[in-house]
Design a binder for this molecule. Sequence first.
Ligand SMILES: [Zn+2]
Ligand SMILES: [Zn+2]
Length: 422
Amino acid sequence: MKMITAVRGFKDILTDQVDTWLRIETESRELFTAFGFEEIRTPILEKTELFTRGIGESTDIVEKEMYTFLDRSDEQVTLRPEATASIIRAYIEHHLYAANPITKLFTIGPMFRRERPQKGRLRQFHQINVEVLGIEDPRMDAELLFMLKELFAKLGVANLRLYINSLGCPRCRPRFREAILVFLKDKEEILCDDCRRRLKKNPLRVFDCKIAECQAVITDGPELLDFLCADCIDHFDNLQHYLNILSISYEINKKMVRGLDYYTKTTFEIIAPSAGAQNAVAGGGRYDGLVELLGGPDIPGIGFAIGCERLIASLPSMKEIQSAGKLQLFVAAMGEKAELFAYTLVNRLRISGISAEMDLGGKGLKGQMKRADKLRSGHVLIIGERELTDRKVVLRNMRTGSQRTLDIGNLEASVINAMKER
Ligand SMILES: [Zn+2]
Ligand SMILES: [Zn+2]
């Protein structure tokens, strides 16, 4: 039979990688909980309109990258390309704002974008998303960045660069829009087809066009920071003030607009050099108008997304962690009686939370020790006829080489204690 492979751009996460995934998920959950966040899980399939309205019709995501299709009853649905719109939809639909004026949510899961796989881009990728609803104060913006920085520190990711910018608000952005249009008026010919079309709908999108010619044109263009209204200037100044108070170093990137229409005021990106050429490991910003745009009350919001694949690519020393092995104990048994004894011991240890393994394939002692070695077991216990007669077994620590003799009558408890000592 012909082999069936995974869909292009979709990737299996194999057993040897799952530890890494669990580690970043667990660290995130623990840290976010300490900062007052709660987990929410929304569906991966939504009505297409949620994203066209929420993310913006003229964005790259909506124009080119969404997995959109008609289901059997001709409803147009989309596999979520990002999480914020879904979370806000759930927030509005379930009136979460009524229960609590300040809502802090996070979610972890797969997103889907039909990107070009030849560049190694995944069409199913994973994000950790954090959203805060109900706070306009720039102290919240700084606090989020503090939490993000702390998460990366806990995971051991080094040399991060934080870039911030302000995207203004509906009061000051129209003037900027006008300025872009004036600037690009005689340069339209150089722009790509997409950008020429975008000029009419949303000229800001020219800033995040991936075509080099468009990038070159816009480099000398007007900058948003010069057009901010008093309120936005104040917010941006305060953000920087609180970043300094929290000892967070940052750089202002005046050209950063992020590829989504809903951002207002604060936007940010975190770049990890080790994750490859200028790739953002995390990014986000404020979206004060989004809840209202999606049919809810006028409630401000801010959030960020961490790209899990990029984060994993920038993690250090995962090899070391993996090579340590996760099996705590291998029990080598010789002879029928010893095997039976080992069989009950291994299974009893497992329910006490000790990862234990033994051979069920009839291998000799040498073969069993080879298997323990392959599994990189932390400890090995050898039980033969003599051990059963003497009522004593030797527990060997495979990392330090040290041994200790344990009494067989109390073996289960002794092993558990020994494992706790590490
Ligand atoms: Zn403004
Ligand atoms: Zn372009």
